[in-house]
Write a protein that binds this ligand. Structure first.
Ligand code: PLP
Length: 394
């Protein structure tokens, strides 16, 4: 008799954004005139840049003619895009072969699906707080989770704990939800740890395009030996506004071997079994985003969000509210004033200033007492939110 995978019972309810929505709706029902400013959800708001749009139109035209029509593409992505991605690493002094690049429909799916290729027996080490996909996909596959606790003392950048023996390690930098970014020295410690423990790092670099400080690493492969132990997942979602288009890529270095087996071969096998590739139109769009004009235009989008983030960071500085992020990341992570709990602060902000942010406790136990602001909104709204925030007395 068929049964549901029991591990699903161990998942927490998809509670965070549903509960936020409920509370916002209830407030709006009571005060329909209230102009609520939403700085909660991490979705982009600016439209795609013109270079990307033109490339998509051209790709659609190709699809309309017999001579240029495309059916199924390679499950690891078209060579033109894999080559462009590999070339995008050259500016960081990193050599990535185009055959080490695997194009997909999102970093969300890749960070979850990559687990398929590893035995479930080892522990997964995940930062707390974290992007919920790492935790949920570990639970679904029946894995044991260990947490690397982030807190104010470590600036929300937890470091390796040698008393734990993980087999998979998730690292997200720039981090969602905290906006904190690992330095090269800190990442080196993680790489050394992974090599020592014979573990694999899944490095989620979805927010890499927001890094501006020259000393900060854009890729884990800037760190010596990372190609022996790290798989890097990147996305066009946040940097080029592709959340609705869906395109990402994962780098699986050919050097990574387990018991004489190339991990990249196993990932290729997994992808060709379960995935039929991102659409041609999408990949043409991603290729355009990596072109010189595409980069110029997407940088303008990122700068727009960064300007929003600066307004929020400046506000926190002015009010002497403890915070991280916002400088090399679209997220600002603050300590709730007066030691308030995350949901209490959510209610207070909504009721007293009509501002919505995301309760930190929704990202894990260590997020309790903290709060995430996203800079993906409208500049004028962010200015207004900052002005309302300053008027609150904590
Ligand atoms: N990784 C992190 C850390 C994220 O915050 C997100 C989306 O919010 C993703 C991955 C998902 O990226 P994608 O849109 O490419 O699936």
């Amino acid at each position: 008799m068929i049964k549901i995978n029991k591990n699903f019972e161990n998942l927490q309810k998809n509670y965070l954004f549903v509960e936020m929505g409920k509370r916002i709706k209830a407030y709006q029902g009571k005060y329909p005139q209230a102009k609520i400013i939403k700085l909660g959800i991490g979705d982009v708001t600016l439209p795609l840049c013109s270079t990307v749009i033109n490339a998509m139109h051209e790709a659609v035209d190709e699809m309309s003619k017999k001579e240029t029509f495309k059916g199924y593409g390679p499950s690891n992505g078209y060579e033109f895009l894999r080559k462009a991605v590999s070339e995008s690493y050259v500016k960081y002094g990193i050599e990535i072969d185009k055959n080490e690049v695997y194009i997909s429909d999102g970093a969300k799916s890749d960070t979850a699906n990559i687990m398929d290729i590893f035995d479930i027996s080892g522990d997964v080490l995940i930062p707390d707080p974290a992007y919920p996909v790492y935790v949920d996909s570990s639970i679904i596959s029946g894995r044991k989770i260990r947490f690397a606790k982030a807190n104010q003392e470590n600036n929300f950048l937890p470091m390796p704990d040698y008393s734990i023996d993980p087999s998979l390690i998730y690292i997200c930098s720039p981090n969602n939800p905290t906006g904190s970014v690992y330095s090269k020295e800190q990442l080196k410690k993680w790489v050394d740890y992974a090599v020592d423990k014979k573990a694999i790092i899944i490095f989620d670099a979805a927010y890499e395009p927001f890094i501006v400080d020259e000393d900060l690493p854009h890729s884990i492969y800037e760190i010596e030996n990372a190609k022996k132990c790290a798989i890097e997942v990147c996305s066009f979602s946040k940097g080029a506004g592709f959340t609705g288009i869906r395109c990402a890529y994962t780098i699986v270095p050919s050097e990574i071997q387990i018991d004489g087996k190339k991990v990249s071969d196993v990932w290729m096998r997994r992808q060709s079994c379960k995935f039929n590739g991102a659409s041609y139109i999408t990949q043409k769009a991603a290729f355009a985003a990596l072109s010189e004009n595409g980069r110029k235009e997407t940088k303008e989008m990122i700068d727009y969000y960064r300007r929003n983030a600066k307004v929020l960071v400046d506000t926190m500085k002015k009010l002497c509210i403890w915070h991280v992020g916002g400088e090399n990341s679209p997220y600002i992570w603050i300590k709730c004033p007066n030691n308030m709990k995350s949901w209490d602060f959510f209610d207070l902000l909504l009721e007293k200033a009509n501002i919505v942010g995301t309760p930190g406790s929704g990202f894990g136990e260590s997020g309790e007492g903290y709060f995430r602001f996203s800079s993906f909104g409208n500049y004028e709204d962010v200015l207004e939110a900052a002005s309302r925030f300053e008027k609150l007395v904590f």
